[in-house]
Design a protein around this ligand. Sequence first.
Ligand SMILES: Cc1cc2nc3c(=O)[nH]c(=O)nc-3n(C[C@H](O)[C@H](O)[C@H](O)COP(=O)(O)OP(=O)(O)OC[C@H]3O[C@@H](n4cnc5c(N)ncnc54)[C@H](O)[C@@H]3O)c2cc1C
Length: 383
Amino acid sequence: MANRNFNPSPSNKRKRVVIIGAGIVGATLGYHLSRRDDVSLTLLERGTPGSGASGHSFAWANAFGKDPREYHTLNRRSLDMWYRLAHQFEGDIGIRYGGEMRWENSPDRAAQLRQRIRQIQAWGYPCRLITRDEMLALEPHLQPGEVLAASFSEADVHIETDTFIDVCLQSAYESGAVVHSETEVTGFVVHNGSITAIKTADTEFPCDVAVLASGVQTTALGSLVDVRIPQQRSPGIVIQTTPCAEVLHNVAIIHAPPMDAKRHQHLHLRQLTDGSLRIGQGTQEGINRDDSQQHADALLDRAKIYFPAIGDAKALPTPVGYRPMPLDGFPVLGFTKAVPNLYIALMHSGVTLAPLVGEMAALEIIDDVQVEWFKPYRLERFG
Ligand SMILES: Cc1cc2nc3c(=O)[nH]c(=O)nc-3n(C[C@H](O)[C@H](O)[C@H](O)COP(=O)(O)OP(=O)(O)OC[C@H]3O[C@@H](n4cnc5c(N)ncnc54)[C@H](O)[C@@H]3O)c2cc1C
């Protein structure tokens, strides 16, 4: 996305909110805040928007594997909100519809899949078991090998995060927000226990509310005002490829089992509108630090077994991405007790959760309400 350094225009708007971080969470929140007349909004991003975890993400919006039920429901609500968001904009905002398809080739895993589908069906998730013929009708290019159980979750989508972040920031800008990229926040001015300005190397941005939507750096920024936000380190790799033949005609996301379970993990794959692929292995939370070309080539070779038509694709060098990951794996949302005008928006599954968090956090920040859905996710749970 183009670098945007705009001069703030004089504003008579009321609450001055500064968001630190223009990943998918900061950008979505920025979009919602900028729709309010009673907000004067500034977004500060140290790199280019989307260059943090959002740019490394597999970006599957879903509630498939989310437990317990309360957290599943939070993700499910947000997944549904992607559809509403799409109606608020004209044109492409980066949502890729089609659902998620997976299958298993071992008896144990097949039994687990059947059980999971029954569980989330009972929770009202739109998914079902499908036959091999139905799989091939959905994706004729697929060569799945042995299929002992398969499922289709029709509501799941994937997001082209660069496109979506760009759309949000453009909309915020048109509504009067100021967006500074290549602008690193280095500290805070604190007066009587509250943040009165955000410091960068060159200047200070006065504020009434400061929002940390800063991904993995949220912990370091919080510590500057003695707010402890515990995180675990969670590296992951989603490889990218050159554009290739269109192999996903209907389904947005594929999860394939390993051909050789002793040597390999499950593989997940999506295809972008430019024809390039994003491929990861293991679970959505799996730890992986191997950003070697050898690993990327091997992953792509495995994908080619399922989709021989992508034979000409090449794996591109792709660095490790770090998931923003609170210590217990659940989001941290809300104002802090220690610094009452500091709002935290830190989470894994931020691509799934961005629509809900963006809209509800805007209510908490401007309307002074406590959204009950966020109750389990307050920072104070860490003591
Ligand atoms: C490998 C991998 C796979 C994933 N798969 C999925 C998935 O399938 N589905 C899903 O829902 N989620 C997935 N996630 C998680 C999801 O990508 C993240 O939860 C989401 O991108 C977080 O968005 P964010 O805006 O909070 O953080 P980020 O995208 O990291 O944005 C934070 C921004 O803050 C900026 N920043 C930091 N410090 C400062 C500072 N001092 N000053 C100014 N700016 C600063 C950074 O430059 C960055 O751009 C995955 C993540 C990874 C890494």
